[in-house]
Design a protein around this ligand. Structure first.
Ligand code: 5AD
Ligand code: SF4
Length: 425
């Protein structure tokens, strides 16, 4: 979602006469968009900021802004810790970025970490007509009411809110007109989506997907991230029958131990998750499953960890993200006794070894198959393109550049560490 937010912030500043540059030396304003989910991510902002010290001394008019969830969580503290910061803006108020830049210019500093009354998406409006890459993100839902004991999201992104269907369709149409062929619908709890639909009805995520399915020119729909407890029947049915919805599902479980799941306030069990996976696979047998895992949560014993490995062996993931538990200020689990770092490192290594084996098996099973690939951009080698399969694997193919933005059939011939290769059929 930070990628999406960054794009939108660039658009806000373009509206105020700025132009995007990737070179900090050229910039009149440097914007860091930040993540607060784990300590490592949150601390990164301060080391990044340190790099701009000399530049700021040379160019006193340079404005340095910090956006995103670190801005939301730490607010003015950022300016105290790093005085070169002129502007702090949270994820719910970045539509005011241009005004804030003006204030910072006049008074030397500006800060906005409100959750304003107005909907930022209405203020942002439709996007300027610049040609886009074939695959784009579109935020449909933000925030979370689940309060998992480890997670800062409910505090930084706020309560769960869904955008109205019409609003999303307008943005999707605009994206398609600008060359987008695949849209990934985003939300911290995307399958809890319940937006204002048509004829006074509330739409579920599945109903929204069926509306988008009608959009000419749009070829692929994806969504992320889902919570197991919000996996409704109509969404399973969409996975079975909706032609543009891709066979890929990111469904975090976090742990395979019921005791730990309870302490995490996850309100599902390992077995209910496994039963759900069975149901999903009945609806769409070839679906590729992805997950998130946390190791070393407070009180996690060897037996709890073993239960997580057991769940992974049973589910078989095609892709996964895994993390050492990181204490986050203000969350319930931060107050509990913590496990030693060394133990977390050992468990993460073991877990990732298993997950990478599963990932490799899944990827290798694509060899010999004919997949549909959306070509996104030139590859590293001359004459090569890179695209994504239905299952989100990167695929390298020698093919003419004119095929960028189109979906083609590809015969898969090889699998390497992070991608597949094949030839056009
Ligand atoms: N420590 C480690 N991982 C975390 N996640 C969220 N909070 C924490 C934390 N405090 C992970 C979860 C979530 C993903 C986005 O980040 O696995 O699904
Ligand atoms: Fe965080 Fe996801 Fe739990 Fe919400 S459901 S609190 S976003 S981990």
């Amino acid at each position: 979602m930070n990628v999406y937010d960054s794009e939108r912030m660039v658009e806000v500043m373009e509206g105020a006469g700025f132009e995007q540059t990737d070179r900090a030396d050229d910039a009149d304003m440097i914007l860091l968009n930040t993540c607060h989910i784990r300590e490592k991510a949150a601390e990164k902002v301060y080391s990044e900021l340190g790099r701009f010290k000399n530049l700021k001394n040379e160019k006193p008019n340079l404005k340095v802004a910090v956006a995103g969830c670190v801005a939301q969580a730490e607010g003015e503290e950022i300016m105290r810790r790093q005085p070169l910061v002129d502007l702090v803006v949270g994820p719910q108020s970045y539509h005011r970025l241009a005004e804030l830049e003006k204030v910072a210019h006049q008074t030397g500093r500006a800060i906005d970490t409100d959750f304003p009354e107005e909907d930022k998406f209405n203020v942002l409006g439709v996007r300027p007509k610049i040609k886009r890459a074939p695959s784009a993100f579109l935020t449909v839902q933000e925030g979370c009411d689940k309060f998992c004991a480890f997670c800062v999201v409910p505090y930084t992104r706020g309560a769960e809110v869904s955008r109205p269907v019409q609003n999303i369709l307008n943005e999707a149409k605009e994206l398609v007109e600008r060359g987008v062929r695949e849209i990934t619908l985003l939300g911290q709890n995307v399958n809890a989506y319940h937006g204002e639909g048509f004829q006074g009805r509330e739409y579920s995520l599945a109903a929204l997907i069926w509306e988008l399915n009608k959009l000419d020119g749009l070829e692929r729909i994806r969504f992320t991230t889902s919570h197991p407890n919000d996996m409704s029947l109509d969404l399973l049915e969409a996975h079975a029958n909706c032609e543009k919805l891709m066979p890929y599902l990111h469904l975090p479980v976090q742990s395979g131990s019921d005791r730990i799941l309870k302490r995490m306030n996850r309100s599902h069990t390992a077995q209910s998750y496994i039963d759900l996976v069975d149901e999903i696979r009945r609806a769409r047998p070839d679906i590729l499953l992805s997950g998130d895992f946390i190791v070393g949560f407070p009180e996690e014993t060897d037996a709890d960890f073993e239960a997580t490995l057991e769940l992974i062996r049973e589910v078989k993931y095609g892709q996964a993200y895994s993390f050492k538990y990181s204490t986050r200020p203000g969350t319930p689990a931060a107050e509990r006794d913590q496990l030693p770092e060394k133990l977390k490192t050992k468990r993460l290594y073991e877990l990732q070894t298993l997950l990478s084996q599963q990932q490799k098996t899944t990827q290798d099973s694509m060899i010999g198959r004919d997949l549909r690939v959306l070509f996104e951009k030139p590859g590293r080698l001359e004459g090569q393109l890179v695209g994504k399969s239905e299952y989100l694997h990167a695929v390298h193919v020698f093919a003419p550049r004119s095929l960028i933005g189109s979906v083609q059939s590809v015969h898969i011939t090889a699998s390497s560490s992070n991608s597949l290769a094949g030839s056009l059929i």
